[in-house]
Design a protein around this ligand. Structure first.
Ligand SMILES: Cc1cc2nc3c(=O)[nH]c(=O)nc-3n(C[C@H](O)[C@H](O)[C@H](O)COP(=O)(O)OP(=O)(O)OC[C@H]3O[C@@H](n4cnc5c(N)ncnc54)[C@H](O)[C@@H]3O)c2cc1C
Length: 289
């Protein structure tokens, strides 16, 4: 009987999902907004602010997009109600960028209005390079009326120009290395080149003197930012990564923790697993065990 159950496809996929989620749980707060609020309250208790992300991307169904907008609006209200210090960070393709630029902008406006009414900041995540141009245009539209920030990826060869452009409008940038697979025509491939680019872009941001976020777990980049700290930098790190470093930084600098939640946890977790060989071993152990 036991053998039959193990070979049932539905049982296998359910089991596989549970095992994978056991690993993903390191980076993801859970399935519900309440799970995210609890994780955010923990970050706040450790002195960090929270940046909450409702997981989802590449949405091609308008109804799903509306659900994501409603979920974010509800989440922002919950943050206010529970006294959570922080804001949300949203992916453009979850708000319908695949379905159309205007549709996506309209959805971002709904969330930006909500954030404004609650006195909250709003971050826009950056996704794969085919969305970079539209994401920046949407961002600059929103920046006319709202307190918003945008992620810029150091691995993209175009990012120096993008940063200059965004800074012209006084934008707030979160500098990340970049988490997607991109072709060599768009992105630096080696770790050294990406790190060099990160340092160069960080220099540009320090020279401009606007508020920006150093979003990395890389000690050498963080040390470089600490050495030039000017009171206008926030360090941002992902939930479940380099907690030691967060504890170290938080006593001296503003630190925010990025907290994802929701049932679309797989693509996000795959990006985290790919980032580090040791995570593959963790995953393999969990599957075998
Ligand atoms: C707040 C925040 C927001 C982000 N937003 C975006 C975004 O909008 N768009 C985007 O493309 N990317 C985003 N990223 C992801 C980013 O692009 C990188 O993929 C990710 O941060 C890993 O790169 P790293 O800078 O930490 O450097 P790495 O060189 O990858 O890592 C440096 C060190 O950090 C630790 N570390 C890094 N990753 C892991 C891991 N998965 N598990 C365990 N340890 C790890 C290791 O000790 C490693 O040696 C964001 C990252 C952060 C922190």
């Amino acid at each position: 009987m036991k053998t039959q159950t193990i070979h049932s496809p539905s049982y296998d996929s359910g089991l596989m999902e549970r095992l994978l989620f056991r690993v993903a749980k390191k980076w993801v707060a859970g399935y519900s907004a309440n799970d995210a609020i609890s994780a955010a309250a923990e970050s706040n208790a450790k002195g960090m602010s929270a940046i909450i992300n409702f997981l989802g991307e590449d949405t091609t169904n308008a109804e799903q997009v509306s659900l994501a907008v409603s979920e974010y609006a509800r989440l922002m209200g919950l943050m206010q109600e529970k006294g959570v210090r922080g804001c949300v960070s949203v992916k453009p393709t979850q708000l319908g960028l695949v379905l159309g630029y205007d549709f996506c902008l309209q959805n971002f406006r709904k969330l930006a209005d909500k954030a404004k009414s609650l006195g909250q900041f709003l971050w826009i995540d950056m996704e794969s390079v085919k969305f970079t141009e539209d994401t920046i245009t949407i961002y600059l539209e929103l920046l006319k009326q709202y307190r918003v920030g945008i992620a810029v990826q150091a691995y993209l060869k175009r990012s120096g120009g993008d940063i200059l452009h965004i800074l012209e409008y006084g934008g707030a940038i979160r500098l990340v290395k970049g988490a997607y697979h991109e072709l060599a025509e768009h992105a630096f491939a080696s770790r050294e080149e990406v790190d060099q680019s990160y340092l160069h872009l960080m220099d540009m941001l320090f020279e401009a003197g606007n508020f920006f976020a150093v979003a990395t777990h890389d000690s050498k980049l963080i040390n470089a930012a600490v050495a030039r700290y000017n009171g206008k930098v926030e360090f941002q790190m992902l939930k479940g990564i380099r907690d030691d470093l967060k504890a170290d930084l938080v006593s001296k600098f503003p630190v925010a923790e990025y907290i994802p939640y929701g049932n679309q946890w797989l693509p996000y977790s795959v990006r985290r697993i790919r980032e580090r060989k040791r995570n593959l071993i963790l995953l393999a152990r969990s599957l075998v065990g």
